[in-house]
Design a protein around this ligand. Structure first.
Ligand code: NAP
Length: 491
């Protein structure tokens, strides 16, 4: 990013929705507060909401102000003054909104212009066509696409074709906010800016890798969405596979927009396909039943309060997924990558665990293999577990001790939210941390056979009680080879 922030127009389609209110606007406020937005930068929200600028500013004041630190009311006022609202119904017939937006953007063609699509994916294609018809796509324009990018390879290709008909690939930023997290950035730095890890980052030294994204929340009121998503589409296809790529990729030759993404695609293409009868052996799908969460009794997925009654799709959808993946290349041959994600798990935690092999010959009783734990949430940090001697005379007693890096404790100041980092990257025209078309499609290509096998099954997903770490099958998936899941509540 250049020293002086350049004026930009950020047009958030779906700017009144949950994502905008909870993530995008707070991130933009933080950037403003830190002096990272030009005084002339404007944020233009679009929705069908029929709001005047003043109404939208009032809404943001009421809904966002309490979630961000407002130490200087002048800065908050400055932020509100950047906000505008334009009423547009995509697919509707009323041209008034487009005329207003065109008027607002006229004369600012040289500015960076970012269209952030924080709206359902079926609106992506129509939005791009309409914004193009209105003549608003300039050479300096970019478009940001939120997940989910399709439901399978075919629908992802369809969206990519529709958006690609209007924007060049270099203008398209497909966001996966996990890539904006500090720990994820630090994984690259840890691997490629320190000499000691790379020689042992392979199947000779690493026994296996675990990637877990565990949530304690359920899906109350979201059945309509979740019945047709499920953990595989919602989490594995994007977040977990992106993390796997960063662990497994080869060192890129440069830290630039294409080198890192080139290496990530190679990992996705090296994933051993899981098809046919192997799906039962290497994957587990589960659905939570009634149990306890945070000390309170909670209902099962099918009994979550919702406007709609459960259907056959509800009975079949997985709220938990676990997969034993393999990267078929020289570096990783024979090293399992265990992926796991679920709702209503015992604690909230996103982490990557790299489990090293044990020493070839132990002279001490009680030794355990080293483990590197990279935590993305709740508190971002890195821990290397090494064996140490407990102080005292007599028998040598070993104890695993963590060498830790907590970002909050080590680096003074605020750890920026992933969306803040990624929004600033879009404004700076840096797509390194965004997914390229071939990456998204390679991920779907690997997921689709698992999905279609699961869809063909008549048995419902394996039940697990809310507040437990998933179904018995998931424990068995790792126990079969004498391993176990890393279970450590980070709270
Ligand atoms: N919420 C999250 O944390 C989150 C996280 C990751 C990804 N996402 C994805 O981001 C997208 C938005 O999610 P959300 O939770 O913010 O949804 P939401 O709360 O339902 O908001 C959707 C927004 O899009 C606008 N919109 C929808 N259809 C429109 C149309 N035809 N014309 C104009 N505006 C339209 C809505 O405004 P009006 O209804 O007033 O028009 C609203 O501003 C979804 O694809 C979601 O999967 C969300």
């Amino acid at each position: 990013m250049s020293e002086t922030p350049q004026p930009a127009d950020l047009i958030v389609f779906g700017g009144t929705g949950d994502l905008s209110m909870r993530k995008l606007l707070p991130a933009l406020y933080h950037a403003d507060r830190d002096g990272l937005l030009s005084p002339e930068t404007r944020i233009i929200a679009m929705s069908r909401g029929g709001l005047a600028d003043a109404d939208f500013r009032g809404k943001v004041d009421a809904e966002v102000r309490d979630s961000v630190p407002v130490d200087d009311p002048g800065v908050w006022r400055r932020f509100l003054d950047r906000l505008h609202h334009v009423t547009i119904d995509i697919g509707g017939q009323d041209p008034t909104g487009w005329a207003r937006l065109t008027g607002m953007l006229a004369g600012h063609e040289q500015r960076d212009r970012v269209f952030y699509l924080a709206s359902p994916p079926m609106t992506f294609g129509p939005f791009c066509r309409e914004v193009n018809r209105a003549g608003l796509v300039t050479p300096a324009s970019r478009v940001v696409l939120e997940k989910p990018l399709g439901r399978d390879l075919a629908s992802a290709q369809h969206i990519n074709d529709e958006v690609g008909a209007i924007f060049h690939e270099r203008q398209i930023y497909r966001i996966d906010h996990y890539l904006g997290k500090e720990t994820v950035q630090n994984l690259l730095v840890l691997r490629f800016a320190n000499a000691f890890l790379e020689p042992i980052w392979n199947s000779l030294w690493i026994d296996h890798v675990q990637i877990t994204v565990a949530e304690t929340v359920g899906t109350p009121g979201r059945r309509g969405y979740y019945d047709h998503a499920g953990a595989l589409r919602d989490m594995v296809q994007n977040h977990l596979l992106q993390l796997l790529c960063l662990v497994a990729m080869e060192p890129p030759s440069r830290n630039d927009r294409e080198s890192i993404r080139d290496e990530k695609v190679k990992v996705l293409e090296a994933l051993r396909p899981i098809t046919g009868s192997e799906v039962d052996r290497f994957t587990v799908r589960g659905q939570y039943t009634a149990g306890e969460s945070g000390g309170a009794k909670v209902p099962g997925y099918l009994d979550e309060p919702d406007n709609t009654a459960p259907t056959e799709a509800s009975r079949q959808v997985e709220t938990f997924a676990a997969i034993r993946a393999e990267v078929k290349n020289w570096r990783w041959a024979g090293v399992p990558f265990y992926l796991r994600t679920g709702k209503r798990m015992p604690y909230r935690c996103s982490e990557i665990v790299v489990q090293f092999k044990d020493v070839p010959h132990s002279i001490f009783p009680g030794s355990a293999p080293n483990r590197l734990v990279l935590r993305l949430q709740p508190s971002e940090g890195i821990q290397l577990h090494i064996m140490a001697k407990e102080p005292g005379a007599g028998e040598v007693t070993l104890k695993p001790v963590p060498l830790g890096l907590s970002f909050a404790e080590t680096f003074a100041g605020r750890v920026p939210d992933a969306y803040e980092r990624l929004l600033l990257d879009v404004l700076a025209g840096n797509p390194t941390l965004f997914m390229r078309r071939d990456e998204v499609e390679a991920a779907w290509r690997w997921i689709d056979p698992i999905r279609s096998e699961w869809d063909a099954q008549t048995m419902p997903p394996e039940p697990y009680a809310a507040g437990t770490p998933g179904p018995a099958g998931a424990l068995d998936l790792v126990a079969r080879s004498g391993r176990s899941w890393h279970e450590e509540n980070p709270a």
